[in-house]
Write a protein that binds this ligand. Structure first.
Ligand SMILES: [Zn+2]
Length: 489
């Protein structure tokens, strides 16, 4: 069950947003770099009979619809009960995200684990998690052990699923009763500052790997939390699974102190500026002949759960005189606006007046109403191997080609631009609603700038309207002491 839920985004993610695979369907849908595939294949390779329940996942978005979540949870529970009645289950191994939130309820994973634990008090329950997990008491109390992805970008999902399965096998075959320790570290950080390819995460992750080599240690994780959710549990955490409680506790405390000692070293890995300065840098880079310049409209990043409809930065680009002088239009991907997309259907080549943007997040910006030409329209554009389908339009106005989509699609790769006929190599400026550029973008880009824009994934965390997060919390609060032992659970 995978979803990263952004509580600042008013969209509620439901049935139509999720790709749900039921029971045996999963066996036809093994994926590369997927934790559930890692869980299932590892157990099967070890000779276990795997009974699949449900797999559901969606692009990050706002919180998840209560009825949809309850329905999925019920399906998982019913399948577990039914199968257990046929032949008792030996263990449960899950692949969860760890920062899924349900509208009107709060945490998602904890309640699922609690029900499973109640039904199956005596068998091992292990789970893989995303690195951006927000740990809760309910999760901690109802699972034998978690292990998180160690890499951001998440390139080790399969290995993490494999790791969770190996813990299950260890518990079953060696009679190990795993012990766990959790230390909350009062600190939040944007995903863009915690890439494991750079410092300080590179060093921290190596420390995890070294610690896992120690005898008796089953798994160590830095749970980096999810800063774009305002909830009582928000924070980073250290989590250790070991064969003895003493070992789990001492390593968790040590790793938490080590993480805290590095907290001031987290920063942006690329150039990062607020809107106006970013445009000045981009245009002067073009004058110097260094382009395409890729700009990330990072405050409204749909792949981190933003609404993907904040208009502020686009308005600034449209109003800038230097935009009109560019030899090729700015490529801007893009906006989530079903009505505006449909308004372009059948109008390729025509000039129309279109209103778009600020459909969902009505607080951060206002819609744009403008004359322009529909340049392209693709019906049922598909992404992620056909898991998502969306009509997509290209609307040209003020020398900007704006991508407008019927669904909440992401811009983590350049595919949508290319499929819509925008040759990125010829564009001087390309804007993506994204955090850091992906490797595929970097093939086109001569310079990448993270623009600190407004929206539900605003990277400037102290400016967000947090109400529920526990204080003190770095970097909202500074100069307070942290006692790892006092935070040990
Ligand atoms: Zn993540």
């Amino acid at each position: 069950m995978h979803h990263e839920s952004n509580s600042f985004n008013p969209i509620v993610a439901g049935e139509k947003d999720f790709n749900v695979l039921r029971e045996g369907e999963f066996f036809e849908n093994f994926r590369k770099n997927d934790s559930l595939t890692g869980v299932v294949k590892t157990l099967m390779d070890a000779g276990y009979e795997v009974v699949p329940a449900v797999s559901c996942r969606a692009v990050p978005n706002g919180e998840v619809d209560y009825d949809f979540y309850q329905g999925i949870k019920k399906e998982i529970i019913e399948i577990a009960k039914r199968e257990n009645a046929k032949k008792p289950l030996d263990a449960i191994t899950l692949s969860l995200h760890g920062s899924m939130r349900v509208k009107g309820q709060g945490e998602a994973e904890g309640y699922l684990l609690e029900e499973l634990r109640e039904l199956f008090p005596d068998i091992p329950i292990f789970s893989s998690l995303d690195m951006h997990t927000t740990m809760t008491d309910r999760m901690h109390n109802n699972c034998d052990g978690f292990v998180c992805y160690k890499c951001a970008p998440h390139t080790d999902c399969y290995e993490t699923g494999e790791h969770a399965a190996r813990m299950t096998i260890h518990a079953l075959e060696d009679g190990i009763k795993a012990k766990r320790a959790w230390v909350r570290v009062p600190f939040i950080v944007a995903g863009e500052q915690s890439a494991t390819t750079v410092e300080p995460m590179n060093t921290l992750t190596n420390e995890l790997r070294e610690t896992e080599k120690k005898p008796g240690i089953m798994a160590c994780s830095y749970m980096m939390g999810f800063p774009w959710a305002d909830n009582e549990d928000s924070s980073i955490a250290v989590y250790v699974v070991a064969e003895t409680q003493e070992l789990a506790d001492s390593e968790a405390v040590r790793l938490a102190e080590y993480l805290w000692s590095k907290k001031d070293e987290f920063g942006f890995e690329t150039e990062a500026y607020h809107e106006k300065e970013a445009l000045d840098v981009a245009f002067s880079s073009i004058q110097d002949g260094v382009w395409p310049v890729f700009l990330s409209d990072s405050g409204d990043n749909p792949t981190a759960g933003s609404s993907c409809d904040v208009t502020e930065f686009l308005k600034m680009i449209m109003e800038d005189e230097r935009t009109a002088a560019l030899k090729e239009p700015v490529a801007y991907g893009g906006f989530y606006d079903p009505q505006a997309t449909k308004a372009c259907e059948g109008k390729v080549g025509q000039e129309i007046t279109l209103t778009f943007g600020a459909k969902f997040d009505t607080k951060t910006s206002t819609p744009i109403t403008v004359k322009g030409t529909v340049k392209n329209y693709v019906k049922d554009w598909s992404a992620f191997g056909g898991a998502y389908k969306s009509d997509v339009a290209v609307f040209n106005t003020h020398n900007v080609d704006v991508i407008i989509a019927e669904q909440h699609i992401g811009y983590a790769g350049p595919q949508v631009f290319l499929d819509m006929g925008l040759n990125l190599a010829e564009r001087q400026i390309v804007v993506c609603k994204l955090g850091y550029l992906g490797a595929e973008h970097e093939k086109f880009s001569k310079r990448g700038i993270l623009v600190l824009t407004k929206g539900s994934t605003n990277e400037d965390l102290p400016t967000l309207p947090y109400k529920k997060v526990p204080r003190p919390l770095f970097p909202l609060d500074k100069d307070f002491a942290f006692d790892a032992k006092a935070n040990l659970k």
